[in-house]
Design a protein around this ligand. Sequence first.
Ligand code: GLA
Length: 661
Amino acid sequence: MRRSPCLRPLSAALITVLLTAVTQIATPPPARALENGLARTPPMGFNNWNTTHCTSTFNEAMIKSIADIFVSRGLKDVGYQYVNIDDCWALPQRDSQGNLVPDPARFPNGIKGLADYVHSKGLKFGIYTSAGTKTCNTAGFPGALGHEYSDARLFASWGVDYLKYDNCNNQGVDAVQRYTTMRDALKATGRPIVYSICEWGRSDPKVWTWGEDVGNLWRTTGDISDNWTSMIGKAQANRGLAQYAGPGHWNDPDMLEVGNGGMTATEYRTHFSLWAIMSAPLLIGADLRKVNDDTFTILKNTDVIAVDQDPLGRQGTVISSSNGLVVYSKVLANGDRAVALSNETTATATIGTTASAIGLGGSPQYTLKDLWTKSIRTTTGAISASVPPHGTVLYRVSRAGTSNRYEAERGTISQGVVESNHSGFSGTGFVNYANVTGSAVEWTVNAAQAGPATLVFDYANGTTTNRPMDVTVNGVLAADELSFPGSGAWSLWRTSVVTVNLNAGANLVRAAATTANGGPNLDYLDVSVATAPPPATVYQAENATISQGVVESNHTGYTGTGFVNYDNVIGSYVQFTVNAAATGPATVTLRYANGTTTNRPMDITVNGTLAADELGFAGTSTWDNWQTATLTVNLTAGANTIRATATTVNGGPNLDQISIG
Ligand code: GLA
């Protein structure tokens, strides 16, 4: 179906023409684009509000201590940078020149003195005021409405690097106007100042629809409190807004409560995990002089921070949500995915998704790293975990094998144009295929060896109409009209995946639009050549240590030279010594036959510790019919003993071998 031209992604030139036309008939819109180059990843730092509110604890000594702790406890090293103060720092009245005056009881050395101290630690300093006549606190501190330029100049003269601009006492003045005036006032100071819009997502049009042009981040919700219901409510409100976030402009579901004591460690890990997968600002809101080590462990989890700070800057999206069991996925710059399995209910639940559901299909094997326990395991596609009440399991999922990225803007482009007017792209831009049948991008793709390879096309399609493309490899059709369905917005990126055969060496891969709509906006092609999973290592039972059993060979189908008949003795066992290259989980497969109709359970111990209590070995019809039983165990690097012990007077089954993979 032919799409109306007005739905196509507009070129910069066309936008200019349209804006010129509009400005001839209407009042000029506010100057577009913040363009201050700041907050390329979500800001990280501290703000006192969640722990102090306006109590007297909020003072110079506290803020200085926070800066000290940022350095001494390694928070600065993992990326926390901004030390920000909130409401109640000023006196209720401006001075005779109309300047704001720091409260001398709280800040005896003024704000400049405090900012200098924070800077001396290699950190940055942030301040707060409101886009109203007064700030939010009932004591009524002066706001910046009508004083934007002079207050911004004062802040800049103090060395302020970050402004949180609140929404109280706004006198009903239009929000876009109020926040844009401060944007321009900050710009006029000439000092780089991160601009945090604190409008709470209250007025229409919603701040996320105009925030990118005005601020670096914007609150999407009302104030967070230190309890589960409040925190998860903020996540729920914020998680559908991914299309508005990107480098320099972030959704802000409010500051962290981690460490303030109102939630369990499990709930705080969920809080931190969800903020990370939603690319939210990470502003610590706890008094770091008082928190326990668990709090530092959460706040300093560099794997989780890396999810938040990933340079691609795409906010994660919800893949599925059912009765409080929610799966989020976030595309990372290297093609990995962060996946959060989040249990909002009060009962333990198994939550699962698949590699293909998160856009990573096509590979025979994936690695899952649990970013909290640090355990690593492999999967052929299932991504699943038992998640405790209010808990979140956070994985980093990678394709096994090597992957190479080919940016669309670096390919050979036929009838398309390189653009960068929608955020979240990798490299320097993406290709707009224009609205032309046959427009194409072609790459020379190198393969180390001939064989199957997974092609992952990263694209955006802001329409609701599929934009199929033919994929050819070396001139031969490899995928006929591969689907590129609507992705929800031009700034929401998705993948289409296909497996093709490549020759060893250079291959020409081409993706060509097959309809008059053209292709989608194409960001990159990831090509991964799967490496086969390492072969399982086999250990024959007849070569193991045998207690109260005998080696026999009187039934067919065994491997090696025979099998172990456990005899009909409780406690008879076979013990294997196996080698593991690394510490971590391993899959143990036991090959057995049981010619009876009665289960012959065995206890499996690893290095003397019970790994499976009465693992079942059900009847296999005949003694010649061999089947497998599988379990996952934890091995330590080097030698390990695995013992299978019969727990009933029938003894165990006939055991042929075990394999470790
Ligand atoms: C508002 C903001 C909060 C905090 C207080 C201070 O409620 O949303 O984050 O800054 O004001 O009074």
